[in-house]
Design a protein around this ligand. Structure first.
Ligand SMILES: C[S@@+](CC[C@H](N)C(=O)[O-])C[C@H]1O[C@@H](n2cnc3c(N)ncnc32)[C@H](O)[C@@H]1O
Length: 303
């Protein structure tokens, strides 16, 4: 009985002490006394018993948000063309003064609206004698690089008359490829496209500084009746090489593409392409500090 009473008293005392602490805490947070006491039984604690700490109460400072409201932003999707979107990407990701190489410069459409004098600008292309798989730069040199190789398997065919863009579409072929047939018979169809992205990716990685930015243009394709989500394949494969995909831009064509000799449409006709923005992480174990996409996927693939 005595023990029980002692226990009750002890419990009551704890309650008083805890209630006191709560109330003091609530007051310290700036709650009015009435609110701080709400839900508390009045015989446990009285206002007189509460030390007046109101003078000590530090009022929480009003948080003032910085910045301005604006819709003058770089967006993730544009119905436009590359020469309009590309400068937006540079603005967001490549600081002035950077050493930047475009390793598939082509006709320089990307750069039409860019003041290249703001950078140390290094354009090159197979057409001008530089194969992007063997770049003339020393290791750890570039702050940024740009890649836009032919993205359609049709531009990597063995025979000239099988190349996409033959005949009336020669201008197209001229723009998108180096118009050369390929001698690599090991790989076929879409694998050739991927192989080009990956082999150039490795060489670009060698030339890049740790933390450098890699802007990659690509488009998905249906190849041999199979859906090939090139942008997903590239993101996954590059991550294995140590590139983290920082940003993704969708460019939707202004005009409607057509298809010749169509019997029945099977897949949606692609009218969009991507700019992917990667950041290189050169850590030896190639584990990216900010992404676990690859390892998570590996873990699930074994379940
Ligand atoms: C889609 S076009 C690039 C267009 C370019 N971004 C522009 O704004 O004009 C593809 C280019 O990749 C080039 N190319 C193809 N294979 C290459 C390689 N192994 N190394 C360097 N350039 C290559 C072609 O000559 C072609 O100019």
């Amino acid at each position: 009985m005595l023990k029980d009473t002692a226990l009750t008293m002890e419990t009551d005392m704890r309650y008083v002490i805890n209630a006191n602490k709560l109330l003091v805490g609530a007051l310290a947070l700036g709650f009015p006394f009435e609110m701080a006491r709400a839900g508390e039984s009045s015989d446990v604690v009285t206002p007189q018993a509460i030390p007046d700490t109101s003078a000590n109460v530090v009022q929480p400072k009003k948080r003032v948000q910085g910045g301005v409201t604006s819709n003058d932003l770089v967006f993730s999707a544009y119905t436009s063309d590359n020469s309009i979107v590309f400068p937006q990407i540079l603005k967001l990701w490549v600081p002035d003064g950077s050493v930047i190489a475009d390793v598939t410069y082509g006709k320089g459409v990307f750069w039409r609206n860019v003041d290249t004098s703001k950078y140390t600008f290094l354009p090159s292309d197979l057409k001008t004698g530089v194969d992007a798989r063997h770049l003339p730069y020393k290791s750890d040199y570039l702050d940024a690089a740009v890649l836009d190789p032919p993205y359609m398997e049709g531009l990597y065919r063995f025979k000239n008359d099988a190349l996409a863009g033959a005949g009336t579409h020669e201008a197209f072929r001229d723009y998108y490829s180096n118009s050369q047939t390929t001698d690599d018979k090991e790989l076929k169809y879409h694998d050739k496209v991927l192989d080009m992205y990956l082999s150039i990716g490795l060489e670009v990685r060698r030339c890049m500084k740790d933390g450098a930015i890699f802007i990659v243009k690509c488009q998905d394709e249906v190849s041999a009746n199979r859906q090939k989500l090139t942008h997903v394949e590239i993101i996954y494969a590059y991550e294995k090489m140590g590139f983290y995909c920082e940003d993704l831009f969708v460019v939707v064509r202004n005009n409607k593409p057509s298809v010749s000799r169509i019997k029945k449409q099977v897949h949606a006709r692609k009218n969009h392409s991507y700019f992917l923005v990667f950041r290189l992480c050169k850590a030896k174990d190639k584990k990216l500090p900010y992404s676990n996409f690859g390892s998570l996927l590996d873990a699930y693939s074994t379940r």
